[in-house]
Ligand binder design. Sequence first.
Ligand SMILES: *Cc1c(COP(=O)(O)O)cnc(C)c1O
Length: 457
Amino acid sequence: MELPFAESWKIKMIEPIHRSTREQREQWLKEAHYNVFQLRADQVYIDLLTDSGTGAMSDRQWSELMLGDESYAGATSFYKFQAMVRKIFGFEYVIPTHQGRAAENVLFSYLVKEGNVIPGNAHFDTTKGHIESRHAFAVDVTIDEAKNTQLELPFKGNVSLEKLEKVLVENKGNVPFMVLTVTNNTVGGQPVSMQNIKDTCRLCHKYNVPVVVDSARFAENAYFIKTREAGYADKTIKEIVREMYAEADAATMSCKKDAIVNMGGFIATNNKQWYDGAMQFCIPFEGYITYGGLNGRDLNAIAQGLDENTEFDMLNTRIHQVAHLAAKLDEYGIPYQRPAGGHAIFVDGDKVLDRVPKEEFPAQRLTCELYLEAGIRACEIGYILADRDPVTHQNRFGGLDLVRLCIPRRVYTDNHMDVVAAAMKNVYDRREEVNHGVAIEWEAPLMRHFTVRLKML
Ligand SMILES: *Cc1c(COP(=O)(O)O)cnc(C)c1O
């Protein structure tokens, strides 16, 4: 008999979690203004809000904490971190920051000017925020097929070269860089192919536009290249990663994702001028350039995390769990962004609650229903997250309205995934009874989804 699949690790430490009653959850959600970000974590049974900073560190990462060098400048921890970033990504200059958005803040403070146009394959919300807050424009150039949630494509996160070229031609001299996000989070954790990465870099370079790779899930992207793209099956993840970055100009990284630490980020580049420019913003925002808002011990844990999460078995265990949840949802007929992405399943909110008008934010309503059903915290990646158009101030209903079931790395078992799927099925089975969504009572002008206050309709 062929042996079944099993995780490539065993568990050394556990953390208890607790169920609650529906009555309790109704009260708690009301107090949270129907925004699950405002729940207390101990009011949640299974927390799929995000995979950011919520992973379980390995025994080796915990040991690295003890070796942290907390010297203000020139700590050995910095050099260990810098050496690993250089080895994995092939970039010479490395600036640590306290998380991914801080890397954006530091680099964009140097690069982005008012009125600039910055194309990208669906900018992440903080990336968009850092562009728009500087009165520049983030233009989405993802392939159109990404919007069709039922289409099975191996690399649905790809850049449309046609759309990209149009932006580059129409805005000559006004595009400081292009943002290539791997994997493409906003359209469903979908990977970008090696071919598309190379074509994108070459097209940008033809117009003298540099490429900044938003790298949060670079290792998962490399896993999909290895398992889906012709010619890569026999390459190691580390070899694939080096090839992904070979023609790119810089990386911004949220280490809270694929470096499997609770906090951290960095900028990496071979461009000395960018390094010198960005460095000047690192010091006032993040701190001296060899710690960038991080403890020495954190830098050590990042180095170790980058090394172990660019090994095939670690990634295979993770992607297998995402696929396990996807298979359960298939069994129950629940529509989600196909194929399953690297870090999450994105359930199609407005297809599940198809009686709720888009002006009432169906995916947000579904997020609330899932919490009420079983204490599972998911996250709306839809019309609320999309914010308002900076010029017209209208809600942006042009994209997808998804509920993200985001899976922390090495934290939950497949049994937890089965509970999530069953809860989603129960909501799905009573979808005919949900005719209304939610309404906004208060919202922030940018990145409103974190703090928005809602009421149930
Ligand atoms: C998480 C993330 C960021 C921002 O990183 P933080 O560490 O949360 O500040 C930027 N881009 C992408 C694609 C991300 O997933």
